[in-house]
Design a protein around this ligand. Sequence first.
Ligand code: SAM
Length: 315
Amino acid sequence: QNETSFAGTLPRYVRVNLLKSSVSDVISTLESEGWERSVTPAKDIQGFQDAVSNLQDYHFLQDPHLHDVLVFPPRTDFHENELLTSGKIVLQDRASCFPAHILSPPEGATIFDCCAAPGNKTSHVASLINNKGTVFALDKDGRRMATLQRLMRNVGVTCVIPNCQDFLKVNPQDARYKDVEYMLVDPSCSGSGIVSRMNEIIDDPSTSSSQRLDTLSNFQVTMLKHAMKFPNVKRVVYSTCSIHAEENEEVISELETIVEGQFKVCKVFPDWPDRGLPGYDSSDCFLRMSPENSLSNGFFVACFERVETNPDVNR
Ligand code: SAM
């Protein structure tokens, strides 16, 4: 079985857009269309896999880790469905729904998404804060930013300030960004975890050459360092759709040394079964996703939090 056809065996994931509907209203609509909800599985790998493989036609389930994600049989087609055309649901891979939940900003927060286009995670963050707050959505690619702005309109996002710019040229001291407390860093990566691209990647070994991975990981470290220069940033979530340690665990390990005493890596989603590759100080804090275990694209997420400084210590 080649990887492209394997992509078609993964479940169809749907994220409920809380700006236009609610999980219970979407479920009611689906039920009125003849869909039946199956019991939410346990949080372990086997429990999820068994539940997915037992999903019958016209059955779906709620993701056991992500309350706003619904899981459908592979190749379920929503393109003509009103839930999709009205923006009440968004088709988004399970793995890429983790960063916004890990960032978990409260309503009213100021967030900076520094590699935002085409806007999946930006719109997810806006959904979680119910459009209350501000999301600076920045990307250096104009064409992708145009897609982002279209998506924001379709899904009813009104709290985003889009900006087409190189993040590394943004001045973290700019007064506009003084309230930024939450930062998403989802930079360009090798894409080696994207199931539908695995064939191209296998056919073109240069995408995984150590020289290319070196260039990417230097860039990823630079982006993270820049994100941590914002004076009031307190949580930074880093994600890639790469399976390579060079772009994941190794990037975070390098950062940990650089920002020691200022930021620390936190353990997030403690019930998530798949952690970082062994052999790194914070392996147990990272999240990994893989087609084999989580039935999603290959993905990596890490979360840094600013270390609270005790004012007494500084006296
Ligand atoms: N977060 C997006 C989403 O969920 O839809 C996907 C982001 S994609 C993995 C990486 C993005 O980083 C690309 O759109 C690319 O244009 C952008 N990018 C790369 N280097 C950048 C830079 N120096 N400044 C701003 N954006 C950059």
